[in-house]
Write a new protein. Sequence first.
Length: 253
Amino acid sequence: MDAALIILAIVLILLAFFFVSAIRIVREYERAIVFRLGRLLPEPKGPGLFFRIPVVDKLVKVDLRTITLNVPPQEVITKDNVPARVNAVAYFRIVDPRAAIVQIENFMVATSQIAQTTLRSVLGQHQLDELLSERDKINVILQGIIDEQTAPWGIKVSVVEVKDVEIPQGMQRAMARQAEAERERRAKVINAEGEFQASERLKDAANVIADHPIALQLRYLQTLLELGSSQSTTVVFPMPIDLVSSFLPKRDS
């Protein structure tokens, strides 16, 4: 009788252990890929509670959240033969958990390698000015290429951003000199344009005075008014002979 109770207790313990080990819980953002005797089951499990057959079923959990992948700095030679050190960041998520596990050994490592090689290849086809000024365009190109190459693995690349572009110190000084020369050129062009416009206005004023001589006298009187409002005690100004000629005595011929 005692032996039977012991056996019954062992069986109950084994059944409890079997039942507990058969229960699995998958979070909302996870899916469980099940291999039954080495064969992949058609549909992933989850989210929530489900049962598996101990020993027979093997589970692999896959995270469906967006993953941030930092692409290590890459040495790049641009199209105009300028060496640069560039790093980037990529955001991707798994849309097909079965393909991410079955089609590739390690999707994280594979995606990182694809991102590195694509970064070197794409940036090598652009000049340094394009890399600095057209970064959004380059980001779109990188995203499209990496997304196309990782699509068979059930991965969707949503964003790729070039973060930092490091160039040699000598090149930075040359670019600073170029920018300074460009600013000086623009200043000279603006100054010359202003002088040209001023000369045009002076020419128009000269034409008006030539057509209407009285305008010169009006301008002269206005200048006297402006001088009279100043705080100086003595004002010396020339008097046009035309204004006083009528008051001078006439000489006999």
